[in-house]
Design a protein. Structure first.
Length: 258
């Protein structure tokens, strides 16, 4: 996105950590939707590629004060993405239409500068050629291309679903740039059984995520880095909010909870 230019539409996600049970349905839906092959070396998590990861966090206190939670982590689709400025071939860019950080796989040379720059570890390198068990290749989505070995890939907010929603709006004679709440949702959001992941236009008051992102319980990961993520988290637990920002002090936490 050009410096100083604000997009009219801002696609974003609000994840309610207090609702997440860590079932992993979002990870499975993401893998199926975006043609992520099974990992040939599942014992080495450093070489796994899952665009959506679910982490277990805890307050590190002994029983009976012990508490834990689960935190889904997709690409944060930063407003000021550190990954974009370091790419030497412009294989990743900040899309002006909706603020989605794109990834052009045919252009990627696999230097992995973007992986080093991403503070959220939301980018993955393809160490292996994509392979599926016999017969499973028939279930691949025709809307998403498979990525070859040697390139970096990431969550794209299921961009192909945005294109489908726009086309459906055109067929109904409506403005494709003004989608209604629920017309464009990601696979992880649609597949969450507890409704912990909500998706929509952060700039549109008619979308649920608009109000949720302004909640006093809402926060973003590592806000001190000024990356301006478009993924918000919600939790009423103070220790969860504190873990989201290593430099966050008690005064800020208490002021948000008043």
């Amino acid at each position: 996105m050009a410096p100083g230019k604000e997009s009219k539409v801002k696609w974003g996600m609000v994840i309610d950590i207090d609702r997440c049970t860590g079932c992993g349905a979002c990870m499975v839906n993401c893998q199926i939707e975006n043609n992520l092959p099974p990992a040939p070396e599942d014992s080495s998590r450093l070489r796994a590629a899952n665009w959506m990861m679910v982490y277990e966090i805890s307050n590190q206190k002994p029983f009976p004060e012990h508490d834990s939670a689960f935190m889904p982590r997709p690409c944060q689709q930063c407003g000021n993405p550190p990954c974009v400025s370091v790419c030497p071939v412009i294989a990743t860019d900040k899309n002006e239409d909706g603020g989605i950080v794109s990834q052009v796989h045919p252009r990627c040379i696999g230097c992995r500068y973007c992986m080093a720059a991403c503070p959220y570890h939301a980018r993955y390198f393809n160490w292996f050629e994509p392979k599926w068990p016999e017969g499973m290749e028939k279930t691949l989505s025709p809307d998403v291309s498979t990525r070859p070995r040697g390139v970096v890939e990431k969550c794209t907010f299921c961009h192909h679903r945005l294109l489908q929603a726009r086309e459906a709006a055109r067929q109904k004679g409506r403005d494709p740039a003004n989608l209604q709440d629920g017309e464009y949702v990601t696979a992880c959001s649609k597949g969450c059984p507890n409704g912990a992941i909500l998706f929509g236009d952060l700039n549109n008051p008619r979308h649920r995520v608009h109000a949720l992102a302004k909640s006093r319980f809402a926060f973003r990961l590592l806000e001190r880095l000024n990356a301006d993520p478009q993924v918000y988290y919600i939790s009423r637990r103070e220790w969860v909010q504190r873990m989201s920002e290593t430099a966050l002090n008690d005064e800020i936490i208490n002021s948000k909870n008043r």
